[in-house]
Design a protein. Structure first.
Length: 348
């Protein structure tokens, strides 16, 4: 049995990608447990992480979903992965998106260009011209009205009208006036009570009253996790705390949000242009900015339950928080599907 309203109490499983033969483009996907033991054999053509007791898997060009026993509980039916939030997932047929529930029942036949994940009982949709919001039955409760819009987070959603951004409540009322001009991006979702917006070309963070808590002074700012947020100055990334103090200097080429006390960073020395080994410039820092795991990977995901998917020049696998491999296979090209970037933040 799987759960729709909260994370499954069953032990979490993690997708693995096992190379077939010498080709880096040929692989099969399965799942391991937290100890690195194979729990679901690698028989699928691709696999996404478990959420709320279900994981989306691909057979051929269609996606379905399995439970933690590896049983196919939703047969392959969608052209895109089924990522469930609040018991619903976007499904696709060609260029059109609809909704399916976690029992495999079609709630809304594909008709929209895109549908976001659900939060606060609503999902953002795009009809090809404008954005609006659907309820859990697939009904338009906020008609298509906005030039751009995003999913709800912490009870508010970023929306765009006449070139400027603001925030609305689930009933469609404006909670933060539509007045922010975000030329190089969109107004961000609220995380830990703060959201990133721009003013005069610089980015900072506002609270739910629409007041700047961190004054706009960055080339870009991102969401908070575990009390810290990545920011960019002079094309390098560092981290600010909730008061706006730059607690980790802007010395990295790229930096991701913190998860379980660690954040992936790219030191970006530029040596990647001279040797393949020097592509391995990604590692993990602690909140004090010191490396917990030195740069030794080409690709790094995010830690979840103490393990993280990584790639170096020869292999793909999961490491623990000391950097030791728990599971490892030959390096493969996953293409456009990154299993650590597709998940809505509410359910990671």
């Amino acid at each position: 049995m799987h759960e729709a309203s909260g994370e499954s109490t069953t032990e979490r499983l993690f997708p693995i990608f096992v190379r077939e033969g010498r080709s880096r483009k040929r692989y099969k996907a399965g799942y391991i447990d937290r100890a690195g033991d194979v729990a679901v054999p690698a028989t699928f053509d691709h696999a996404y992480p478990f959420r709320f007791g279900l994981a989306s898997v691909r057979q051929g060009d269609r996606w379905g979903a399995i439970n933690v026993k590896g049983e196919l509980v939703i047969p392959p039916c969608s052209g895109s992965p089924l990522v469930f939030t609040e018991g619903l997932a976007q499904t696709s047929q060609g260029d059109h998106r609809g909704l399916i529930n976690d029992h495999g029942e079609v709630v809304l036949a594909p008709r929209y260009r895109s549908i976001s994940h659900y939060s606060s009982g609503l999902a953002c949709f795009y009809d090809g011209r404008l954005y609006g919001y659907l309820d859990a039955l697939g009904r338009q409760v906020i008609p298509p009205f906005f030039e751009d819009a995003r999913a709800f987070s912490e009870g508010l959603a970023a929306v765009k009208l006449n070139g400027t951004w603001g925030y609305v409540a689930p009933d469609g009322s404006t909670k933060i006036p539509i007045r922010f001009v975000c030329d190089r991006g969109m107004a961000g979702p609220f995380r830990q009570g703060l959201a990133r917006v721009a003013r005069n070309g610089k980015w900072g963070h506002i609270n739910k009253d629409g007041e700047f808590v961190i004054e706009p002074r960055f080339e870009m700012a991102y969401e908070f996790d575990e009390g810290l947020a990545p920011v960019i100055l002079n094309q390098r990334t560092g981290y600010v705390d909730r008061s706006g103090e730059l607690v980790i200097p802007t010395v990295f080429l790229r930096g991701r949000r913190f998860s379980e006390g660690l954040a992936a960073v790219d030191v970006g020395t530029g040596r990647a242009h001279t040797s393949s080994a020097s592509l391995c410039e990604n590692g993990f820092i602690r909140p004090d900015g010191e490396f917990a795991i030195p740069p030794s990977f080409i690709y790094v995901g995010a830690f979840q339950d103490g393990i993280c998917l990584v790639e170096n020049e020869t292999s793909i696998g999961y490491i623990d928080d000391c950097g030791a491999f728990l599971w490892e296979s030959g390096w493969v090209e996953l293409g456009d599907f990154d299993p650590h970037h597709l998940l809505p933040p509410e359910g990671r």
